[in-house]
Design a protein around this ligand. Structure first.
Ligand code: ATP
Length: 234
């Protein structure tokens, strides 16, 4: 079976500094895959390469068999990849609802709309007219997730959904995942919370210093394998 999305020997640079050293990654339709790894391992850079925010050679990334590396971010969203950026990045001058609507892409149709999102996160319906940035961190994360879903992507890329949130709030956010994957959405999460990553994902990639240090089915990987791949301790 051809992968929905795959990268081959993907490298990325910031000026002269190399951040990714040849990432081989593949994703099948309907999977939830987690990328774990320490600060600076290259997880965010990898997601940014997939979405065109960091330059990549055209052939290094394939989506549905077509090369998409280095295409403009807008093109990539229209093709069906959407990212929930680290730190939520809501528009401060816009209401919750306006922030959500910013994610909508006329070129893409699908099940996700305001009504669907409000059913998934009822608190957002209650606060729809408030400035997005007046919400709690967890609620802002729901808005950021909802904004990405509004483009009805085929692949949803989530960068550190749990960053700075209390455990109970993290569980609340992840509780939405089954509804998101139920209709065949493919999801990649970058997650520093390894326990959560193992619980919610089918497969895990661990990054270390810009390389894949471990990959496998979440249920098969041991704690020892993961800590070695994560921290590089033998
Ligand atoms: P974090 O959890 O801290 O976000 P990460 O695994 O996502 O870590 P990246 O943010 O992808 O890691 O960083 C990978 C490497 O690229 C690091 O060495 C980092 O210092 C470097 N880097 C990231 N962003 C930039 C940038 N805008 N300019 C220069 N170097 C950068």
């Amino acid at each position: 079976m051809t992968a929905l999305l795959d990268t081959r020997a993907l490298k990325a640079f910031y000026g002269d500094a190399q951040a990714l050293f040849g990432i081989d990654f593949s994703l099948d339709r309907g999977e939830l895959v987690a990328i774990i790894g320490a600060n600076g391992a290259g997880k965010s850079t990898f997601l940014k390469s997939l979405t065109g925010l960091v330059r990549a050679p055209i052939d290094a990334i394939r989506f549905k068999g077509e090369p998409i590396g280095g295409l403009p971010p807008g093109d990539i969203v229209r093709r069906g990849l959407a990212m929930v950026p680290e730190g939520r990045r809501l528009f401060a001058s816009l209401s919750v609802e306006e922030n959500l609507l910013m994610g909508a892409t006329p070129a893409r149709k699908g099940p996700w709309n305001l009504q669907r999102l409000y059913a998934l996160f009822p608190i957002l319906a209650e606060k729809r007219n408030q400035p997005g940035t007046s919400l709690s961190g967890g609620q802002q994360q729901m808005v950021a997730l909802g904004r990405a879903l509004m483009s009805n992507p085929e692949v949803l890329l989530c960068d550190e959904l749990s960053l700075g949130l209390a455990p109970i709030v993290i569980r609340e956010i992840y509780a939405a995942m089954p509804s998101i994957t139920a209709e065949g959405m493919t999801v990649v999460i970058v997650e520093q919370d390894v326990t959560m990553a193992r619980q919610v994902s089918k497969r895990i990639y661990c990054f270390q210093e810009g390389r894949v240090s471990l990959q496998g089915h979440s249920a098969d990987l041991t704690r020892e394998q993961i800590s070695q791949a994560y921290f590089g301790i033998a």
